[in-house]
Structures are given as C-alpha cells and as structure tokens.
Design a protein around this ligand. Structure first.
Ligand code: ATP
Length: 306
C-alpha cells in the first residue's frame, strides 16, 4: 500500500550566541548565530486529503493556543511553496502537535515550516537532499534552514547561511518559559534604540564559544553564552532579569535569553542539577513554566509513515 501520510518530528533551537550587526539599509541586520537544536519538539503530520479540499490545518499540544490556522501559519506557507515549486497537489491535511513555545525565541513556527518541507519531500517522494531542502527553507524565513539541519550550526547573513559545526558533548538545559511571547521585530527595534549613536561591529562568532564546543566543555560554554538581543528583550520585559537571577543564584553554568526571547535557557552540569533548577524556578513565582531538554539533536526527520 502506498503512503497516505507521514509524521515528521522537528526540534526547537536555542542560540548559544547571537551577534547582531548594525541595521542595514534594507532594514535587516546582519547576524551571526550559533544554533543548537534541543529535545523539545513539534510533530508535523501531513496526509493526502480528498480532491479539491485544499489545505486544512489542525492543531493540538500544550503550546497550540492562538496559533493561526490560515495562510499566516508558516506550515501552510511552506506547503504552498513546495506545491508551487514541484507542481504538487495542495489537497492536504496538516496537523501540528505543538510543544515548542510560541513567540518564545525558539523558532517554533520555523520548525513547523521545516517539518513540512521534509514531510512534502517524503510524501511526494521528491528525493531532495538536505542541502536542497535548506535552500528552499531559506525562502520562508531565516530560522527555517536550521530546523532541517539540526545539530549545532553557525548561521550567517540573516542567520540562514548555515555551516555545521564540529562539536563534542551533550548539554543539559532548563528552559524558563514566559506566559506571553515577545515579537521578534519589536525586540530588534528596541535593540536599535538602545544602541543608537554607538558604533556597532560586524557580527563574528566568538572564539571561546567555538573552543568550548570543540572541547565539549560545558563550564566554558556556560561562560561563552552571549546574545546581543538580551538587553533589548530585558528592556521590554524587565521580569526576565529576575528569571536570569534565579539561575545565577542557583549556580547554573550559564543563562541566556534565547534569540529574541522571552524564553530563558539555563545550561547545567547534569540531569540531577537540571531537576534541582527546575524545582527552584517553578517555586520562584517568576516563570510560567519550566521544561528540561538536552542537545544537540537531529533536525526534522520522518518518524512514522501512515
Ligand atoms: P523566532 O525564534 O524564529 O524569532 P519565535 O519562536 O519567537 O520565532 P514563533 O513561535 O515562530 O516565534 O511565532 C511567532 C509568530 O508566528 C506567532 O506569534 C504566530 O502568530 C506566528 N506563527 C505562524 N505560524 C506558526 C506556527 N506554525 N507555530 C507558531 N506560531 C506561528
């Protein structure tokens, strides 16, 4: 029997480093980002649907509240892009089981778009390489290619020109979630406002970061975490400073706002420490939820054929 549908599992990302260059004349910033894919996933199910039914999107999962189900959804946009490119039917049923926080700086929407590209490739037996899928992904948004590659990678340009990084080690993270998301464009605007009149350097990957990753040294990685958007995210959401303080007081190896926030990611030594910090954060009253995860993990891949 031929395949009627596929399920693709796709990870969230955190930025171990996010260096943001000056605002360009095109309104965008050149960035350099070190991404790590972590074990917090959305599951994207794609099935053939009856003729002329069009694309139908349904949602479930703890973070699906308020996510759009129309063309605003990046998964729908990814399906349409793939259909256009390869002349495929858009009679499709998409289901997103969401665990990745929405507007949390963890690229949840981008992950779903990456999941759809992999799912369309499998369902229609297109046979694209990972590199080809990443090129298509870049048309949908700067974080989408990394959803396909996973692992640890350096992103340049708008973050979408990826180079995989050779690294060692498995890292334990505790994620402090916020009840309300932050808009990525608003955080970039605030970053520009805070840096007005300052000389902003071109964004470069930090040497201590790459040394830490090559050595698999979690302590050194904790010290090397950096995010040029953190001040802006904290300025828009001052409570994030309290969250960062809880992790620091507890003795996390490092803590950082992920991407444009408001999720805060804490690096800890091991599973036991991650349990302890989870309890400390949960009882602090300054976070809406706590999730434990580890990384790096694979990018989007088919976990089931239906
Ligand atoms: P990034 O880290 O890439 O800046 P983010 O994690 O902060 O992204 P997303 O979770 O991708 O943000 O959501 C940003 C907005 O995109 C949401 O407010 C939502 O309205 C919209 N959106 C579109 N498609 C999706 C999707 N599949 N899942 C979640 N949000 C989506």
């Amino acid at each position: 029997m031929s395949t009627r549908g596929v399920v693709v599992r796709v990870p969230a990302k955190i930025n171990l480093q996010l260096a943001v260059g000056p605002l360009g004349s095109d309104g965008f910033h050149e960035v350099t980002s070190v991404f790590q894919a972590i074990s917090l996933f959305d599951d994207v199910t794609l099935k053939f649907a009856p003729d002329n039914s069009g694309i139908k999107l349904t949602l479930s999962g703890p973070t699906s509240n308020g996510v759009p189900v129309d063309d605003e959804n990046l998964a729908v946009r990814a399906a349409k892009l793939m259909a256009d490119k390869f002349d495929l039917s858009t009679d499709l049923a998409i289901h997103l089981k969401k665990e990745i926080p929405v507007a949390g700086g963890m690229a949840g929407g981008s992950a779903d778009a990456a999941g759809i590209i992999v799912a369309m490739d499998a369902l229609f037996e297109i046979g694209l390489s990972r590199d080809e899928m990443e090129i298509i992904a870049a048309q949908l948004g700067s974080d989408v290619p990394f959803g396909i590659s996973g692992g640890i990678a350096i992103g340049r340009g708008r973050g979408d020109q990826l180079t995989p990084a050779l690294t060692r080690g498995n890292y334990h993270w505790v994620l402090a979630l916020s009840g309300q998301g932050l808009s990525t464009p608003a955080v970039y605007q605030e970053c520009d406002r805070l840096r007005e009149g300052l000389d902003v350097a071109s964004p470069l990957v930090s040497d201590p970061m790459m040394q830490a990753l090559r050595a698999g040294d979690a302590t050194a990685l904790g010290l090397a975490l950096s995010n040029d958007l953190q001040a802006a995210a904290c300025s828009l959401r001052p409570a994030l400073r309290l969250v960062l303080d809880v992790g620091k007081d507890y003795g996390a190896l490092g803590g950082i706002v992920s991407g444009s926030g408001p999720t805060v990611a804490f690096l800890v030594e091991d599973e036991e420490k991650s349990m302890d910090l989870t309890v400390a954060l949960s009882s602090s009253g300054v976070v809406a939820g706590v999730v434990r995860a580890s990384g790096p993990v694979h990018g989007a891949r088919v976990i089931q054929s239906i």
